[in-house]
Design a binder for this molecule. Structure first.
Ligand SMILES: NC(=O)c1ccc[n+]([C@@H]2O[C@H](COP(=O)([O-])OP(=O)(O)OC[C@H]3O[C@@H](n4cnc5c(N)ncnc54)[C@H](O)[C@@H]3O)[C@@H](O)[C@H]2O)c1
Length: 348
């Protein structure tokens, strides 16, 4: 138990300051691994939950330099298991909860697993934060919970319209987080990133699918619907947003939800054309019926209003779409990185 977490503390602590130990769930994943790097770069020690697997794989953490991993303690576990979560969190000053099942198409095939991971897993984290009196929890939401934009740009007050089991399970986690803050005073901040892209992202997402296929020498690209628009945010900016809400004074952020996105908007079709231009490769784009979602399930438009986050923390994206794409292209053009992907498979 941390003294500074006492309810009697007059001034809320500026938690997770450099030098403290923080926990990250989903640390081995795409955004999690970038967040771990950002936390270490700002002087934190990180206790990183990696989902237990019999291969002893630490996911993307295996690719981080030794001088980063020297500040990281890897803990194998599972957010569906309360004991596993409690062991991870004990003695930490803040928790960044990113672990989730995130593929939208797969959420139709295996919805139970999404509820267990994204709802029950989040409940386990909230319970552990509450009982261990951890001073700060950053809970991860997603722009998908808004569904197709009814007004743009999307503020945190936009209605929730969950068009997939994934979105529904994430919204369930959000509601639990809100209820723990309301009912128990649990010091939760919810960060709601819009579509994030960059090195290490899995092939289920559109940008790595296109760049990966081109980097592997293909010029015919198969995709789902080309019309939806998205607000694509570079992963280092998303990691910076996590850090911003995790380290801001409690009075500015606790009990609040923050969108994180650039405010820009591009259709999937225009995005593919831009990638082709940046990679100097004329592309023949084909729509693959297998990848097109039912009409009511496809989220047609997402564009972020992040002014609340900017006002509370000063966060602003530091990368343009083109700049972020250049970093991502360089990553996929490295044969050692490309070898980690199966570019010829449709990865749900
Ligand atoms: N990528 C995006 O565009 C985006 C946008 C908005 C929100 N998010 C959210 O950001 C978070 C991270 O997403 P990501 O894109 O890095 O995906 P990711 O799949 O790379 O990372 C998720 C991680 O969670 C881990 N995990 C899954 N089930 C687990 C379990 N039962 N126990 C412990 N760990 C488990 C996975 O092993 C994986 O490393 C998620 O909460 C996601 O909903 C992502």
């Amino acid at each position: 138990m941390s003294e500074t977490s006492s309810a009697a503390t007059a001034t809320p602590p500026n938690t997770a300051a450099p030098g403290t130990t923080v926990a990250v769930t989903g640390a081995e994943g795409f955004i999690g691994s970038h967040l771990v790097e950002a936390l270490v770069a700002t002087g934190h020690r990180v206790r990183a939950m990696v989902q237990y697997n019999s291969f002893s794989s630490f996911g993307w953490l295996e690719t981080l330099p030794n001088d980063v991993m020297a500040h990281v303690e890897v803990v194998l576990g599972d957010v569906r298991d309360p004991g596993s979560v409690g062991g991870l969190l004990r003695g930490t000053e803040a928790v960044y909860h990113l672990a989730a099942l995130i593929a939208i198409p797969y959420s139709y095939r295996a919805p139970h697993s999404y509820v267990e991971t994204n709802v029950t897993g989040t409940l386990n984290v909230l319970e552990a934060v509450r009982h261990l009196e951890i001073p700060r929890l950053v809970h991860t939401s997603t722009s998908e919970i808004y569904g197709t934009a009814q007004t743009v740009p999307i503020t945190e007050d936009h209605p929730v319209n969950t068009q997939s089991p994934y979105a529904a399970s994430k919204a369930g986690g959000d509601r639990l987080a809100d209820s723990y803050h309301a009912g128990f005073g649990t010091p939760v901040v919810t960060l709601r990133p819009f579509n994030t892209f960059g090195p290490r992202q899995s092939m289920r997402a559109v940008i790595p699918t296109v760049i990966g296929q081109v980097a592997a020498g293909q010029t015919t690209i198969t995709l789902g619907d080309l019309r939806p628009t998205r607000d694509f945010t570079f992963v280092k900016d998303t990691a910076a947003a996590f850090l911003a809400v995790g380290t801001a004074p409690a009075a500015d952020v606790v009990g609040r939800t923050f969108n994180a996105g650039t405010g820009g908007e591009i259709s999937v079709g225009d995005l593919v054309a831009l990638v082709g231009k940046l990679m100097d490769t004329p592309l023949d784009v084909r729509e693959d019926a297998q990848r097109v979602r039912p009409a009511d399930a496809e989220v047609m438009r997402l564009v972020c209003d992040a002014s609340r986050l900017r006002a509370a923390t000063g966060w602003a994206p530091a990368h343009t779409l083109e700049g972020g794409l250049e970093h991502t292209i360089a990553f996929f053009r490295d044969p050692a990185n490309l070898a980690r992907y199966k570019t010829d498979l449709y990865n749900v």
